[in-house]
Design a protein around this ligand. Structure first.
Ligand code: NIG
Ligand code: FE
Length: 456
């Protein structure tokens, strides 16, 4: 905050400061001029500003640098953060003194404010939960056995192929709203439960339509290469051709996706097919990311020439590849919700990855088969208890490194002047309580582009 020697006349800073009626609708299409937003008396503000100031994903010991300011304040104007500092300094700011009456104030005493979570891996385009799979799994069947017996990803296809786009968009929007209620403001959303050209494009259009009605930011990903649908079983190459020659060109031409993802795994797509799909994506100007090493190990080096934004799951990864990843900006996105829901004893080796200097992010992997949660605090809690990440590391992995994983770190993922005013306000005194109180949603407000998105 710009300090000013003049002192503000003693103005009311304590509650009731927030009048929801005064907060303008957060809809993107809303042409009304947004009122400035001032978050005052913040117990702990986690700015996530980098101590080293390096414009890089956070690695090693930098991952736990939260840039905490106590008794802090944040001023947001026209959807952007304009100043960050102590409340004391903020109240001396000449602009604020002059315009105080026009500003919407939120009293954040005894609260933690942090950047809105960036959930960089979700699959929200599905219709039904997979409850039969859930029961079979409880009875002892593995994810692979369930898929081989006709459950799994393939069992979600019928619903999505038949569904009207509007119905899919409603489902996605409901999920996005629920995510915002848990503090998430930026979401990567994948298609991948249609697996025909038509239904994959419909899924991406549904993501676009839902995104228009949600104030947060949605980054869409074509996951036409999720599994080989049964019509192409035994001739997967034909399906890969459709992904490369029809889905990718259409998604790129119609600007329906920013990324192309591949499930590179036994029973899904081989490393050679993944490279083929990545090549097509690059030819059409799309960036790539992949599900890697979820069930078995695949050598990563051949993929790094495509500069993937992130490689996700990574339960199985070898030492040489870890050393190589430490030299790249490709983020390793860990999704412990999937390990938890599948009842696995093993989790990805986050400690080894972080300590080796690999940039690590956390995401929910929200999907009906392996991770039916959209709560980033839950993913963070699992990261702490099962992957030995510290609460501070879990927070940085869910904010700034999530932003790196989506290549939006220039305007998302930390609270600093010039960045988007996307903030989560938690009703806790200490940030460590966010992963500590697992299963609880302690997010009391979510601000997106300087407007209140939750409660709506
Ligand atoms: O990230 N592994 C591939 N995709 C999802 C699961 C999808 C599903 O089972 O529906 C995942 O775990
Ligand atoms: Fe996934």
């Amino acid at each position: 905050m710009q300090a000013n020697s003049q002192h503000l006349q003693q103005t009311e800073v304590s509650p009731p400061l927030l009048n929801y009626q005064n907060v303008l609708s957060p809809r993107k299409s809303d042409p009304r001029i947004q009122s400035p937003l001032f978050l005052a008396d913040i117990g702990q503000l986690l700015t996530l500003q980098s101590a080293s100031r390096k414009p890089d994903p956070r690695r090693g010991s930098d991952l736990k640098e939260l840039g905490i300011i106590e008794n802090a304040a944040v001023l947001c104007l026209a959807g952007k953060i304009v100043s960050v500092g102590t409340t004391k300094d903020a109240l001396r700011d000449p602009w604020l003194k002059k315009n105080r009456k026009k500003v919407t104030e939120i009293d954040c005493a005894d609260k933690v404010v942090l950047p809105g979570f960036v959930d960089s891996h979700t699959h929200p385009v599905f219709i039904s939960p997979r409850l039969l799979d859930f029961e079979k799994h409880i009875e002892g069947a593995s994810y692979e056995e369930i898929a081989a017996a006709g459950g799994g990803i393939r069992s979600s296809l019928d619903d999505v192929r038949k569904a009207r786009k509007r119905v899919l968009a409603e489902k996605i929007l409901a999920a996005l709203r629920d995510m915002a209620a848990h503090g998430t403001t930026t979401v990567e959303a994948k298609s991948g439960y249609g697996l025909t050209v038509e239904s994959e494009m419909k899924s991406l259009e549904a993501i676009r339509d839902a995104a228009k009605q949600w104030p947060g930011t949605v980054i869409s990903t074509l996951l036409g290469a999720h599994v080989v649908p049964k019509e192409f079983q035994g001739c997967s190459q034909k399906y890969v051709e459709i992904v490369c020659k029809e889905m990718i060109p259409q998604a790129a031409k119609r600007k329906l996706a920013q990324f192309v993802d591949v499930f590179c795994e036994k029973g899904a797509f081989t490393a050679a097919e993944t490279e083929q799909i990545f090549e097509a994506a690059k030819r059409h100007g799309l960036s790539v990311r992949a599900h890697m090493g979820q069930l078995s190990e695949t050598r990563l080096q051949p993929f790094l020439r495509f500069d993937p934004a992130s490689l996700d799951h990574m339960d199985h990864v070898n030492e040489d590849d870890i050393a190589e990843l430490a030299k790249h900006d490709t983020v390793t996105t860990l999704v412990p919700g999937a390990n938890y829901f599948l009842g696995l004893k093993e989790y990805p080796n986050a400690r080894k990855l972080i300590d080796a200097g690999v940039p690590v992010a956390l995401a929910t992997d929200y999907n009906p088969g392996t991770s039916p949660t959209l709560s980033m605090p839950m993913a963070m809690s699992l990261a702490c208890t099962h992957m030995k990440m510290s609460p501070a590391e879990a927070i940085a992995a869910s904010t700034i490194n999530g932003a790196w994983a989506l290549r939006v770190a220039d305007h998302k993922g930390s609270i600093e002047p010039g960045k988007d005013a996307d903030l989560a306000i938690f009703s806790v005194k200490d940030y460590r309580e966010i992963p500590y109180w697992f299963g609880a949603n302690l997010c009391s407000m979510t601000v997106v582009s300087g407007s209140l998105a939750h409660p709506r």
